[in-house]
Write a protein that binds this ligand. Structure first.
Ligand code: NAP
Length: 255
């Protein structure tokens, strides 16, 4: 039986991963902060798919709470075969106007947490010579888009390097780089997305289905939709000066 641990599994992309893996008959360990919501999600998944779902309530930005998840990942008698580093959030203001404690919390969740959870999962996966690590990054990591984009650039680069280190052990690593996806993310980050055209939106199930397809084809990076694929190709090949000038035009002038 395959066991999948998903961080941020109660909403958006993480919840879509939980549904998809449960549908495939995998047992789950789901992680988020809100205990009631975790319990409701777990009960729903057990009823609909008949799989075992363990719940771990943890604020991953709190090191002792994060360690409980690391311990679950490194427990040899209850192996985790698939780790989905998904939990994340964005901030409403650009770095110069953003409280530094919020910035640090975001960096923790997007960088320190996946680093620690991945490190905890690796010894078991290498000794069993099987495992999958899915890291939810973002197309924002392809561009200089503030500290959120910088953190996502880190996880994409980390994933690409890790997949080389872990390939000899039969462990596969994929970085997902979704574009705008309809989840609670925008509301939590207080983003005004009212002017975003409808074609720019993805749904979480499509992001997950594309990721699993790319995992089967052993692709390093998973991008959903031809528009975002074209966008990723363009920003990779445009001169950085052109990209920076385009970004500067998109920024609101300071009040
Ligand atoms: P979401 O709907 O807001 O879900 C976030 C999940 O993370 C929730 O389950 C939340 O549950 C959990 N979470 C938040 N803070 C946490 C913490 N400190 N400790 C543990 N769990 C925490 O967002 P989403 O869009 O699905 O985001 C998932 C990932 O996709 C993120 O890494 C995000 O950066 C990335 N992404 C999103 C988009 C997009 O447009 N939506 C695009 C590209 C990439 P609790 O609040 O109960 O903790």
């Amino acid at each position: 039986m395959t066991t999948v641990l998903i961080t941020g599994a109660t909403s958006g992309i993480g919840a879509a991963f939980a549904r998809r893996f449960a549908e495939m008959g995998c047992d789950l360990v789901i992680v988020a902060r809100d205990q009631d919501r975790l319990d409701r999600s777990a009960a729903d998944l057990r009823t609909r798919f008949g799989v075992t779902v363990d719940v771990l309530a943890a604020d991953l930005t709190d090191p002792p709470q994060c360690r409980t998840v690391e311990e679950r990942l490194s427990t040899p008698d209850r192996p985790v075969d698939v780790l989905v580093n998904n939990a994340g959030f964005g901030l409403p203001a650009p770095f110069p106007h953003s409280p530094v404690d919020d910035e640090e919390r975001m960096l923790d969740l997007l960088v320190r947490v996946p680093l620690r959870l991945t490190h905890a999962a690796i010894p078991g996966m290498t000794s069993r010579r099987r495992g999958v690590i899915l890291n939810v990054s973002s197309v924002a990591g392809l561009l200089p888009t503030g500290t959120y984009g910088a953190a996502k650039a880190w996880i994409t680069s980390f994933s690409e390097s890790l997949r080389v280190d872990l390939a000899p052990y039969g462990i596969r690593v994929v970085a997902l780089c979704p574009g705008f996806t309809r989840t609670e993310f925008q509301q939590r980050a207080k983003m005004d997305v009212s002017l975003l055209p409808s074609w720019a939106w993805l749904d979480a199930d499509s992001v997950v289905n594309q990721a699993l397809k790319d995992l089967r084809h052993n692709k390093p990076i998973s991008i959903t939709g031809w528009r975002y694929k074209a966008y990723a190709m363009a920003v990779r090949h445009l001169p950085r000066r052109t990209v920076a000038a385009r970004l500067a035009r998109s920024r609101k002038p300071p009040k």
